[in-house]
Design a protein around this ligand. Sequence first.
Ligand SMILES: Cc1cc2nc3c(=O)[nH]c(=O)nc-3n(C[C@H](O)[C@H](O)[C@H](O)COP(=O)(O)OP(=O)(O)OC[C@H]3O[C@@H](n4cnc5c(N)ncnc54)[C@H](O)[C@@H]3O)c2cc1C
Ligand code: SF4
Length: 335
Amino acid sequence: MLRMDGFTLRHARSWAEAAALWQEASLAAAGEPARGPMYIAGGTDLLPNLKHKIFNPGVLINLAALRGAVTETATDVVIDASTKLDALAADPLITRWAAPLAHAASVIAGPQIRTMGSIGGNVLLDTRCLYYNQSEFWRRSLGYCLKAEGTWCHVVGGPKTCVATQSSDTVPVLLAMNAQLDLLGRDGARTLAIRDLYKFNGMDHLSIQKGELLTTIRIPKPQPAHGATFRGSYQKLRTRDSIDFPQLGLAITGTFDGPAVQNLQIVVGAVNPQPKGIRGLEAFDGQALDAANIDAITDLVFKQTRPQGSTHGDTAWRRQMAVVYTRRGLAALAG
Ligand SMILES: Cc1cc2nc3c(=O)[nH]c(=O)nc-3n(C[C@H](O)[C@H](O)[C@H](O)COP(=O)(O)OP(=O)(O)OC[C@H]3O[C@@H](n4cnc5c(N)ncnc54)[C@H](O)[C@@H]3O)c2cc1C
Ligand code: SF4
């Protein structure tokens, strides 16, 4: 049996109280940073990591009492970060304005985890690796690794780079739809575009300060010109459809006026520490997604997608599957 070390559990009734509790616990643990506080939302990722002794916080600040909700303004769909994944997948505002996000949330893990897991925890999910998400005994037997307690990356075969994977299913869609994140920390509130959140560094992949809370995710409502429609999709590659993390996640969005596409976005997730927005798609603005253009777009995806071996599945196969999913997704969106 995997046992957790002891910690104190503090319950927050609001985002402001959670931030204040973090400051208090952080000051109390100043002499022992490894025992500093952490937030826990659904705990579906954090608790396994505590059992594996990847983290050892002295205080957990529980966000479970916060009641998630999805609301709207004239321009945005506004998602409270504590919203549970199953509620998100079924929410009428999400299915109306951001259907690919509803689908992405609906294929995360299995039903029990979607009932507990939150969208905030999904966006801020730690990077994952075959050599890291293991028990302490397993990791110690291997001499640990660069991301935790060791000096060597077993994937890259070197002492400098960690390529653990950002594996959240909702993230490629949130990037494609240009979501904005409201954060609350020591220095107050600020907004960060999700495209500026992730870094290509598996050990430190988030551009947020220690203790900063994600409180809200805002998705701009697609506003296609008269007669045009917004369309999007999310496709996920995994071994077992009932539970597994993605080995590849691919979001495609665009606005269609007849056959002509505008603002085509393709984001590839679960291959690197940083989800990959495919560059060069503006060249297809105003063009039909015919066979020649689909070939050209899949070529861009192939060239720009370099899966790492930190996740299950042969890297060359996952790269080819990015091409297959792009082709399928574009053909479906083009009708
Ligand atoms: C068997 C299994 C299968 C899974 N499959 C998938 C999958 O297919 N796809 C997928 O995307 N995920 C998967 N997950 C991971 C996880 O369940 C989800 O990512 C979930 O959304 C995490 O949310 P949570 O609320 O449980 O986060 P928690 O575990 O509570 O927290 C995760 C991290 O985020 C931080 N955090 C949480 N909320 C906030 C906040 N508001 N502000 C600041 N920090 C915060 C925590 O401190 C922690 O570091 C799986 C997990 C398991 C155990
Ligand atoms: S990619 Fe390398 S350093 Fe990072 S978690 Fe995996 S083995 Fe460790």
